[in-house]
Design a protein around this ligand. Sequence first.
Ligand code: PEP
Length: 250
Amino acid sequence: MTLTPLIAGNWKMNGLLRSLTELKGISDAAKEGRMEGLDLLICPPATMLSASRGILNRVASVGGQTCHAQASGAHTGEIAAEMLKDVGATYVIVGHSERRADNGEDDAAVRAKTQAAWRAGLTAIVCIGESQAQRDNGETLDVLGTQLAGSLPDGVTATNTVIAYEPVWAIGTGRTPTTDDVAEAHGFIRQTLTDRFGNDTGESVRLLYGGSVKPNNATELLSVAHVNGALIGGASLKAADFIAICEATP
Ligand code: PEP
């Protein structure tokens, strides 16, 4: 099945309002027709969501980087999925390895956040991936299977969920898995989704690769079977890099 690639930028805790000029660059390039045939998404800091939405308008979606499991309540500093939706987000990243490591989010928490995203009408980008030690021990597929089983609620569809395979050791390091390793991981994820959710859903959920995607490796990584887009950290901060990755997408 041919799926429209999703090229998603995760700005993490980077960006002040002056960074909106980068989004203007992306918007202009899209209007020039340089990123045809792709779905584009930028997940800026929550403080920039509303303004980002205004600039990207119809050329790209905007999304949050996490959400709370509850819709409202006494949770100082947290952001509900409904609040993201309220300012124009259509996606939210859940279970990013930095949230799993820094905030102790386990699979059960990721599952609850995925349900919160769905409740608010957002598409959840559920992140999974092995650590360097787990890869060295030959545990990669076991780890991915456990994370998928624990992080995904029943009810996954191609519109409410995207999976991002992000080897923890590849994030922000400039190191990437071999294309054979990416193919093995994505093939395993596709099969796991098909086994649990059936052929139609399993084959149509988009699977993103994330971890040191750059303009010079995007074509190779995005050509691998069952790679239906990319989740990009550092290289999404500059319009020129993000645009170059989009233009390199096969
Ligand atoms: C990420 O954090 O999701 C990511 C993929 O980062 P980078 O592209 O910088 O490795």
